[in-house]
Unconditional design. Structure first.
Length: 321
């Protein structure tokens, strides 16, 4: 092991990350919020972020008076003095148009509300879209953006002076208890979407991704998402809240299903950021490969590379292990 990487006990790393999230409550600075862009889809990584966020809000006595997906929130619902808090993750940019569109709409129309964007990785492949986003965001007088890596800090500085480096909200779930079955073998948990990293493109060994893990539940998720976009649901605060409440109950089952599956293994090899984070929450040794634009490597370098249970492919290649 290279001396530049001094490993420390995994539990200390995870506890420190959880405690560092306290800055989020300071910035929100309110006992009520609107929580917008909850993930109503089959990416359990986003669901883990949501579960961590809700636990964080509960632990800090912050009440959600509105909870909505990107498809059923209206800026007209903004209440004077109530912060609008956007879900964290990796969709601030031009990879996922719909969540970005509601962020830009709310930021442009709700100048009387504090707006807090929870820890995000920012990525724009189109410079014009980045400039357009900066133009909208920079006009808001009270916009606060939490980001998960140093590269995103630089991108966010063009949007607002209120930028904070922070780990992912899923860390609020630490510690998650391993499921009863004793883990053995190695789980290869690799992306099959457009963010798939080049490090595993030629690897033919068997692997699994979120769609395979949740199986037939994906059909239910797609149907539930479509229901939430019906005019009767998305046009009214009450029905949007009820739709979200039902989803929160169901999503807890998907987390349990995923945690149980991961716990069957002694180690995990992944290019999913939340394959890494879920493994870490469960105390499972894991190796992290990068995704298509460097999100995972930047995150590990910033937050988890000192854990004695975590290693990245980049660290291995550079001789740190």
């Amino acid at each position: 092991m290279n001396s530049c990487t001094e490993l420390v006990p995994h539990a200390k790393v995870m506890t420190d990350l959880k405690e560092s999230l306290s800055k989020v409550a300071e910035v929100i600075n309110s006992d009520t919020i609107h929580y917008v862009d909850i993930p109503v889809h089959g990416n359990v990584g986003d669901i883990l972020i949501m579960a961590g966020t809700i636990k964080f809000l509960e632990d800090n006595g912050i009440r959600r008076t509105q909870t909505s997906g990107y498809f059923n929130y209206s800026p007209n619902w903004a209440e004077p003095g109530v912060p609008i808090v956007f879900h964290g993750g990796g969709n601030l940019g031009d990879l996922y148009a719909c969540p970005q569109a509601i962020r830009e709409e709310v930021v442009s129309k709700c100048h009387g509300n504090r707006i807090v964007i929870l820890p995000q990785t920012i990525h724009f492949s189109d410079t014009e879209k980045y400039e357009a986003c900066c133009a909208i965001f920079s006009k808001h007088p009270d916009l606060h953006i939490f980001v998960r890596d140093a590269k995103s800090v630089a991108l966010a500085r063009r949007m607002t002076p209120n930028v904070y480096l922070s780990p992912d909200m899923a860390h609020q779930l630490w510690p998650m208890t391993k499921r009863p079955r004793q883990g053995s073998g190695r789980l290869r948990f690799l992306r099959t979407d457009d963010e798939r990293g080049s490090e595993n493109s030629s690897d033919e060994q068997k692997s699994i991704d979120w769609p395979e893990l949740i199986g037939w539940h994906g059909t239910i998720l797609r149907a539930y998402s479509k229901i939430g976009q019906l005019p009767l649901i998305r046009s009214f605060r009450l029905t949007a809240n009820l739709h979200s409440a039902g989803w929160l109950l169901y999503s807890s089952y998907l987390i349990e299903r995923s945690a149980s599956y991961f716990s069957k293994h002694a180690e995990v090899d992944t290019d999913r950021l939340h394959g890494h984070i879920l493994s870490s929450l469960l105390g499972i040794r894991n190796t992290v490969r990068d995704n298509s634009y460097g999100k995972n490597g930047n995150y590990v370098s910033c937050w988890t590379q000192t854990s004695d249970l975590v290693r990245s492919v980049k660290q291995i290649e550079h001789g740190d292990y």
